[in-house]
Ligand binder design. Sequence first.
Ligand code: P6P
Length: 339
Amino acid sequence: MRFTEKIITIERFIFEHQPDYARGDFTNLLYDIAMAAKMIANKTTRAGLADILGTSGATNVQGETQQRLDIYADQTIFRLVDHTGRVCVMASEEHEDVLEIPPEFNKGRYVLVYDPLDGSSNIDVNVSIGTVFGIYRCVDWANRGRVEDCLQPGRKLLAAGYVLYGASTMLVYSTGQGVHGFTLDPHIGEFLLSHPDMRFPEPKYYSANHAYFGRWSPEIQEYTRWLQGRGDYEDAPKALSERYIGSLVADFHRNLLRGGVFMYPAEVGKPEGKIRVLYEAGPLAFLAHQAGGYASDGQQNILDIVPQTLHDRTPIFIGNRHLVQKAEEFVAQGDTAFQ
Ligand code: P6P
């Protein structure tokens, strides 16, 4: 039997595709994230058995009930990275403030921002969940890492990616040289290259929570009708199907593979939207751009948003470029004060 497919581990791929500026630190930080993904995946696949289901009884900075797996994922990433001398500071969606590097450890050149487990309310109902991460360069060399090192626009990202804990565990990342997907073989504990050069194909889906339709602006309601091929829009997409998992990483991943747009628009009374700029929208916008797509808040490229605080939120339209640009066209017809 002739083997036709090369077997490429994520470690080898990271090493062979490291950007010119990368020394060991950047490459090893990506290794650390892959390791964290394996450890978290090991828990998620046994969540029902490992006494890790359910809530911790605590709430996070977002006011969301913390799941035990949230805390495990958050601590695993921090403890794998904090002592390595690769980062100057970290920021996690689960924490109010930045995560400083303990004084006994060396300060590194990079910043790691992450949402340790997005969609964690889905854990107990066995729906896919995800980790999202972004890597920046430290900007303030005079001090040990501070919040200023984290409040950077997505355009400054050096790398971004996500881990999807689903029917299989996949790690998808980019360092600005395309988007590449790796599937975990749990029997050998290796992420193997399974989806090289991922790019949005012609769209099949759109993703939105229609329970909020009545709270969207008239322009977004009309955009939704356009997506559904209703009305007499000649440029409307043909027969998009609607899929909404309620787990951003899972919805984004499906749209990346099958083509589509995910939207979480502004709502009356909630103009800022729900999705976090630093931990979700920025890294996924980086990936979308690298995969030939686009991400907007309805008026500007998500990559140009400079977060004012660690927990800024934004409306988001992300996926195939023409579907997202159409959302901007509809929004432009409306009352910008609404946004
Ligand atoms: P809703 C999960 O809490 C999350 O942040 C994303 O993963 C998901 O896309 C969204 O919220 C779901 O929000 O309001 O539709 O339940």
